[in-house]
Design a protein around this ligand. Structure first.
Ligand SMILES: C[S@@+](CC[C@H](N)C(=O)[O-])C[C@H]1O[C@@H](n2cnc3c(N)ncnc32)[C@H](O)[C@@H]1O
Length: 222
């Protein structure tokens, strides 16, 4: 099987072989609870689900009145999403998170689950730049982050400092909760955190989205 998780063939071969231990077979309860608690925030919001895999969450966002775009760069993952989504299959499209059709209009919300931890750490700075470029001030990055100090992956674990370095100073973290182990798949149990980050307005010291990373200038304060 392919070994470089930054390439679509890595994921194609695993979806095609049915080797998908990250696939939760449904939407995470903490996401469903958050959506139910924030109906006004989501009504009409433009939501991006990058690296959607089977895309269970797409239906939750659509039901909440969001305009959803789910993308995945693996054909096999996309087929899984389209099978899962049925009448909503048109909301999932082939696309690379680092450049896709429709990325010229800002999003209100980016949903993260198992994309960052799927990417080799060498491209994490690009991931941080990309979420900053896709979200205007006030928009949200929210979802599930895998915390671990494992050398090999995927999944590649992060920690609070590394995540802050990727998102500072463009974002402020406004929620951070451990996901109860009984809500996690075995591979993520005890190591998954629900987090919500709000995009800040540009500050004088911040590099504009997409330019060399703001974390290099971060003062670490907030
Ligand atoms: C571990 S799976 C997670 C899938 C889904 N988010 C979930 O929670 O089940 C990672 C997914 O990200 C996709 N992916 C990885 N890099 C990507 C990229 N640069 N652009 C779009 N999709 C990507 C893979 O094809 C795969 O479907």
């Amino acid at each position: 099987m392919a070994q470089d998780s930054s390439r679509p063939d890595f994921w194609d071969s695993r979806y095609a072989a049915g080797v998908t231990p990250w696939d939760a077979r449904g939407a995470p309860p903490m996401l469903e609870a958050w959506i139910a608690a924030h109906p006004d925030r989501l009504q009409g919001a433009r939501v991006l689900v990058p690296g959607c895999g089977s895309g269970y969450e797409v239906r939750c966002f659509a039901r909440a009145g969001c305009e959803v775009l789910a993308i995945d760069f693996s054909d096999a993952a996309l087929q899984a999403a389209q099978r899962e989504l049925g009448d909503l299959a048109h909301l999932a499209r082939k696309g690379d998170f680092f450049g896709f059709e429709g990325d010229d209009v800002p999003f209100d919300f980016i949903y993260e689950r198992a994309l960052l931890c799927a990417l080799p750490r060498r491209v994490w700075t690009d991931w941080g730049r990309r979420v900053a470029a896709l979200l205007p001030a006030g928009a949200l990055l929210a979802g599930f982050f895998y915390f671990d100090d494992n050398a090999k992956g995927p999944p590649f674990g992060t920690d609070a400092g590394a995540l802050r370095a990727l998102l500072d100073p463009g974002f402020v973290r406004i929620e951070d909760r451990i996901v109860p182990a009984e809500q996690c798949l075995p591979m993520f149990a005890g190591k998954e955190r629900w987090q919500l980050w709000r995009r800040r307005s540009s500050t004088p010291g911040e590099a504009p989205p997409g330019s060399p990373r703001a974390s290099e200038q971060a003062d670490g304060s907030h």
